[in-house]
Design a protein around this ligand. Structure first.
Ligand code: FAD
Ligand code: HEM
Length: 394
């Protein structure tokens, strides 16, 4: 809980801090990576630094955390903390690094605010930083403790590479040593480390899809402008060894019996396939509606497996939207006004796809009667939605 001394200081300065974050963030990272270039080798994604998605996420989340503490003094924003802790642990982050971020972030704040960074202001924001850091460190310790081993990454050998859609390859790995394996929960992801052209390692997350017991299988779309996926598609071959993390991620299927609505676009099918596989293995009687949008049938990753799994579930149906005329049940982008969805009041929805797709769909789902709190999503990059869209909390 925020102290009585710091609360008024945070109230007075949160506006200016939030406003200055876009200017503070580049200075913070510049100073941190100058002092610790090793953090760009295996920890931070260089591309997310360059395209600007991650920098704003980290610093922005501290202002969002402070704003939550002002409005709800007795609670923490659990959803945000959980998402960040899962991402951190998938990268092998250790508690000692929190002082590194603190030093460089507060250096950048002091430089930017100048005389306005009085000792009272610095002390109050220090308190917010450490409240958040301590909450994350605690969650991260718990997540590491749930694993079957105490290593951050273990070697895995690529045993098969299979084209499954245009620019999409399924990679199957088997353990290359005897590190005990954690069994993943459907919907979870791993971080894979790949050595890039200049010899440094770049980490990327990929959702685990159903595989033979004891293997790790991921389905990867090539981003032609990306740093890692072109290497995975073109230069990594059967027999090669890659370092892969334990499974993490909190966007997972609930154990309940309520109706499910599973919506994906493009490569966003990966968690949905894992959910459907688990439902099929359990012989689930749940009412399941699968919605998928894509450019064309040929670009739909996991089409065959999704069709097979939906057919095997007694109360499941699938509806598709394809941009290519004549290929889907409907043409163009996903539009729920075109379908007669019978939504139960306790329906749980999961979405995965590009952010504009999920934002549009969320509004449509709410209009159809799905409660906002039951709508969950996975974003294939730093989450800028959870932090900055208060309407999403509705
Ligand atoms: P990156 O190098 O990360 O580049 C991404 C984009 O950044 C590029 O398109 C480019 O436009 C931009 N960029 C790069 N450099 C610059 C620059 N200098 N200036 C401006 N912009 C730039 N992907 C899958 O295929 N399958 C999955 O199952 C999957 N699951 C995921 C699960 C989670 C939880 C997360 C977070 C991500 C997941 N992803 C998945 C996405 C994956 O982790 C990668 O982000 C994605 O594959 C792109 O990686 P890349 O290295 O090829 O591209
Ligand atoms: C990701 C917050 C400390 C390294 C993130 C994200 C947030 C965040 C919001 C984006 C999560 C997502 O949606 O994917 C914080 C906060 C911290 C903190 C509030 C301190 C209180 C640290 C430290 C390190 C670190 C100490 C390591 C030095 C990373 C990395 C990512 C990340 C590598 C992945 C992002 C990428 O490269 O794209 N953090 N973080 N963080 N954080 Fe932290």
């Amino acid at each position: 809980m925020l102290s009585e001394k710091s609360r008024p200081v945070i109230e007075q300065t949160i506006g200016v801090i939030a406003e200055r974050i876009p200017a503070i963030t580049p200075e913070f990272y510049k100073s941190m990576f100058n002092a610790r270039p090793d953090l760009l080798d295996g920890m931070f994604s260089r591309s997310n630094q360059k395209n600007g998605t991650q920098p704003q996420a980290l610093a922005g989340s501290i202002a969002a955390f402070a704003s939550h503490l002002l409005k709800n003094p007795d609670s923490y924003p659990d959803e945000v903390l959980s998402r960040v802790a899962h991402k951190h642990t998938s990268l092998g982050l250790l508690p000692d690094e929190y002082s590194t971020v603190h030093e460089h972030l507060f250096g950048a704040i002091a430089a930017d605010l100048g005389d306005a960074a009085t000792p009272e202001v610095v002390a109050a924001w220090d308190e917010v930083y450490w409240l958040m850091a301590d909450a994350l460190i605690k969650l991260e310790k718990g997540l590491y403790g749930q694993q079957a081993n105490d290593v951050m990454f273990a070697p895995f050998k690529l045993i098969s590479k299979e084209d499954i859609a245009k620019d999409v390859i399924a990679f199957e790995f088997e353990p290359a040593d005897d590190t005990p394996l954690t069994r993943p929960i459907p919907g979870q992801y791993v971080t894979i480390q790949v050595k890039v052209k200049d010899g440094i390692r770049q980490p990327r997350q990929f959702t685990l899809v159903p595989s033979q017991e004891g293997h790790r299988r991921v389905v990867i779309r090539k981003d032609p402008q990306g740093e890692v996926t072109p290497i995975l598609h073109e230069d990594i071959n059967e027999g090669d060894i890659l370092e892969i993390s334990n499974p993490y991620g909190d966007v997972v299927l609930d154990e309940g019996h309520s109706a499910l609505l599973l919506a994906s676009a493009g490569i966003g099918t990966t968690p949905i396939v894992s959910f459907l596989d688990r439902l099929a293995k359990e012989g689930s009687q749940r009412k399941v509606t699968v919605l998928h949008a894509d450019h064309s049938l040929g670009r739909w990753p996991g089409r065959q497996i999704m069709e097979r799994l939906v057919d095997s579930l007694p109360n499941a149906q699938m509806i598709t939207w394809m941009e290519t005329p004549g290929e889907g049940d409907h043409e163009g982008f996903m539009d729920l006004s075109e379908v007669d969805l019978d939504v139960d009041e306790d329906t749980t929805a999961f979405m995965c796809g590009p952010l504009p797709f999920m934002k549009g769909l969320r509004s449509q789902l709410i209009e159809k009667g799905v409660p906002g709190r039951n709508i969950h999503y996975e974003i294939f990059g730093p989450d800028q939605w959870m932090l900055h869209d208060e309407a999403r909390q509705a």
